[in-house]
Design a protein around this ligand. Structure first.
Ligand SMILES: C[S@@+](CC[C@H](N)C(=O)[O-])C[C@H]1O[C@@H](n2cnc3c(N)ncnc32)[C@H](O)[C@@H]1O
Length: 304
């Protein structure tokens, strides 16, 4: 039952949320394609929990919009179009919750396929032996840390990024998730440009690098991604694109163990060209793997 006061009618949070969702639906769906009331309810719950409000009855509480109320801040940022993950400060990836900030890319569900493929490779070939693995451009650390939650092999992991802020956050995620990461694994975080000055060879080289051409691919980038996510995580200069990947693939070839594999996420429009490039650089086997929408999304390289 709504409560009537001198200042008007106070709604329950649930009723406020439903009216908000219906009134703002057009702009919400333009900023958050596919957004549902259910998702919004869950994110408000998470946001409230992280702000110190942990109650099953949250949506039954009377909701009084006020600047000091964390839920009011949530609604304000939602109206501005700030990505939900940056509002709550957390994103789900695979089976865990990772801290995210505007300094790192918001984890994408397709990257879970890359983790799945790497996990299958570890299960198949590294049971009971150490696997040396590198995650190039680790961002929030999702790829490296998710694999470290598995127990099939002992992993010796290196996670690199050129962004200091990303590395700080990846370390924080490692700290937050330390009890879910098997203690037998080992990880070091390094500030490096791709594989430059990274010592030793690797059985598995993984990367979800920046792969959008600044100009050529711009039309396909959602305005919310452009406004809020870090350019460094997303874009490469059109003129330097091929050279960037050529240098990267050359160093992958150099640093991969003879039986090793590399899995690289990429742009659907450029993966075929990049696969040809990899063959020319000497990889014996290069496969293009699709994501769940049927788009070309990953390259898998083998040296032999
Ligand atoms: C697409 S994001 C991927 C982040 C994370 N691995 C994920 O899948 O969500 C690319 C990451 O690569 C980093 N990066 C960009 N250029 C790099 C370079 N030359 N060497 C290493 N990392 C780079 C960015 O800072 C960013 O964190």
């Amino acid at each position: 039952m709504p409560v009537t006061t001198k200042k008007g009618t106070i709604k329950k949070l649930e009723d406020y949320l439903q009216s908000f969702f219906n009134e703002e639906k057009i702009s919400l769906l333009s900023n958050y394609p596919g957004l549902t009331l259910h998702r919004l309810r869950n994110d408000i719950k998470l946001h409230a929990f992280l702000s110190g409000v942990d109650s099953e009855e949250l949506f039954e509480f009377p909701y009084i919009p006020h600047r000091s109320n964390p839920i009011t801040l949530f609604f304000e940022k939602l109206k501005e179009g700030v990505p939900l993950e940056y509002i709550t400060g957390y994103a789900y990836f695979y089976r865990s919750l990772f801290k995210v900030t505007p300094d790192v890319l918001i984890p994408r569900s397709e990257t879970e396929i890359l983790v799945e493929l790497a996990s299958l490779e570890i299960q198949k070939n590294y049971r009971n032996k150490t696997c040396r693995l590198i995650d190039v451009g680790t961002g929030s650390g999702i790829i490296a840390l998710t694999l470290m939650m598995e127990d099939f092999a002992t992993l010796d992991v290196v996670a690199t990024d050129i962004s200091d802020k990303a590395l700080t956050l990846a370390k924080e995620n490692f700290f937050n998730l330390r009890y879910t990461v098997s203690a037998k694994h080992n990880i070091s975080f390094l500030k490096r440009d791709r594989l430059e000055e990274v010592e030793g060879n690797f059985d598995i080289i993984l990367s979800n690098p920046p792969y959008i051409k600044c100009l050529g691919d711009l039309a396909s980038v959602h305005h919310q991604v452009l406004s809020y996510e870090p350019a460094m995580a997303l874009f490469l200069d059109d003129d330097l694109y091929d050279l960037w990947f050529e240098d990267f693939f050359r160093s992958i070839h150099e640093k991969l163990t003879p039986e090793g594999i590399s899995l690289i996420e990429g742009h659907e429009s450029h993966l075929e060209d990049l696969a040809d490039m990899a063959i020319k650089l000497g990889f014996a086997k290069v496969d293009i793997i699709k994501d769940y929408t049927g788009r070309n999304r990953f390259l898998r390289f083998k040296k032999q």
